[in-house]
Design a protein around this ligand. Structure first.
Ligand code: ASP
Length: 436
């Protein structure tokens, strides 16, 4: 029997109209057995997310400010949903307990988690199926780290007796029974854990976009949608800033070989993007293009660097001593470049360069500030001739100077470093050359 774990994001459950869409989606396929809701998100761009309001309630109490006005906004949102859906749930009862607990100093994680908790109760009541409190099945240790082994075993036990259920996302509890949340967007992680614990056939993640696009639509006009992407490609693209999924949601399902389908609640006919372990590499050479701005490249040259023992170690030790992590380190025989994001470099360029000069004695060291990185990602490129040449020609035809080139050893990503000001032009040039 096929089992699908189905997670709905905040915008998919922001009001009663969205709840109705969710019900239709669930009724369309009865394999959608375990449902993970987020807290209600924004209904329009200036609206509030319930989770943000809950954090605000907690902050009010911390500063000894009454939370009534903020809590009223939360209560009204949930009551609006329950009234319009004609639900039998006694919301007032749950809201009073939550308000009282927050007023009496409940933890920040407890406050934040109540968004998913209430939405889960409402959804289970609306669908007329079981509600499983995530605090009983998602377990953390007392340092706040997930205890996957315990979580999997509790989920397996509990779900074996439960044909269909709603399990709220984003939180669980520690060994003392206190509520602990994942980082923001963590309902994705709950969904992944439920899917992995039962080794289900598919993990669906419903949101307000129809999956991943080949490039950022704010940069490229109407980019094509990615139909299938591998976990490896996704990792490269999301690292470069393209993301609709919480990072920690990938590992549980990837390890279990479960595909993730990103779907759009507002356009359920669209098949979305399917994330898989492996795909037919011959269908498309390039899967997506993403990039980030504001990097500094420190380029170091020294004759016979290749035979000097510990040269790179010395460079990296200096970075480590200043708490600076680097993004990339392409190297040649006598050269090595260290690519560091400006946020990580924290204005320490001069100190770092002076220390490298002192301890490594290079022939030259040049700093290139204001750099952008563009990643062109595709698992098919390792088997296709001319991909790099196409990228470089596209950039040169667009009059863009390439400062750095790096192709990771996995051969699914070609990274180029160009000036910040050429960033958008560069992404468009690469997109066009592969989509003509
Ligand atoms: N409601 C939480 C947040 O806003 C978790 C989630 O939506 O996944 O971050």
């Amino acid at each position: 029997m096929n089992i699908i774990v189905t997670k709905f994001g905040g915008s998919s459950l922001a009001d009663a109209t969205q709840f109705k869409k969710v019900k239709n989606i669930l009724e369309e396929n009865h394999n959608r057995k375990y449902i993970i809701p987020s807290a209600p998100g924004k209904r329009f761009s200036k609206d509030f997310k319930i989770t943000d309001l809950l954090y605000l309630c907690h902050a009010h109490v911390k500063s000894s400010i009454p939370l009534d006005d903020v809590f009223k906004l939360i209560a009204e949102r949930y009551k609006g949903i329950a009234d319009e859906l004609n639900l039998s749930i006694d919301l007032e009862y749950h809201l009073n307990i939550i308000k009282e607990n927050i007023e009496n100093g409940a933890s920040m994680d407890y406050a934040a988690s109540r968004g998913e908790y209430l939405n889960g109760l409402i959804l289970a009541n609306y669908l007329n199926i079981d509600f499983i409190d995530a605090k009983d099945v998602i377990k953390f240790d007392n340092h706040g780290s997930l205890n996957s082994e315990k979580t999997y075993s509790l989920l397996k036990d509990k779900l074996s007796t439960c044909k269909r259920a709603v399990i709220p996302g984003f939180y669980g509890s520690n060994e003392n029974g206190d509520i602990v949340t994942f980082s923001r967007g963590g309902s994705d992680v709950t969904g992944a854990l439920v899917a992995a614990s039962l080794n289900v056939d598919l993990y669906e993640n419903w949101t307000d976009v129809s999956g991943f696009l080949m490039a950022d639509p704010r940069i490229v006009e109407s980019p094509k949608k990615i139909k299938t992407i591998t976990y490896g490609e996704l990792r490269e693209l999301s690292y470069m800033g393209a993301s609709v999924l919480h990072e920690d949601a990938v590992f549980p399902v990837r390890n279990a070989g479960i595909p993730i389908n990103i779907r759009n609640t507002n356009n359920p006919e669209d098949e979305g993007t399917l994330i898989v372990n492996e795909k037919d590499i011959h269908t498309n050479t390039i899967t997506g293009i993403a990039g980030k701005q504001n990097f500094t490249v420190i380029s170091i040259e020294k004759a016979m660097m290749n035979s000097e023992l510990g040269f790179c170690r010395k460079v990296l030790t200096i970075l480590e001593q200043h708490g600076i992590s680097f993004e990339n380190m392409p190297s040649g025989i006598d050269t090595v470049c260290v690519v560091i994001s400006d946020a990580n470099l924290k204005n320490k360029t001069n100190i770092v360069v002076d220390e490298i000069k002192r301890s490594c004695n290079p022939d030259s060291i040049v700093v290139y500030p204001n750099m952008a990185l563009i990643a062109t990602v595709g698992s098919g490129m390792a088997y296709t001739k001319g991909v790099a040449s196409k990228i470089f020609t596209a950039l040169s035809d667009a009059d863009i100077n390439i400062r750095m080139i790096d192709q990771g050893s996995s051969e699914i990503n070609i990274l180029v470093g160009i000036e910040n000001e050429d960033f958008e032009k560069g992404i468009n040039a690469i997109y066009k050359v592969f989509n003509n």
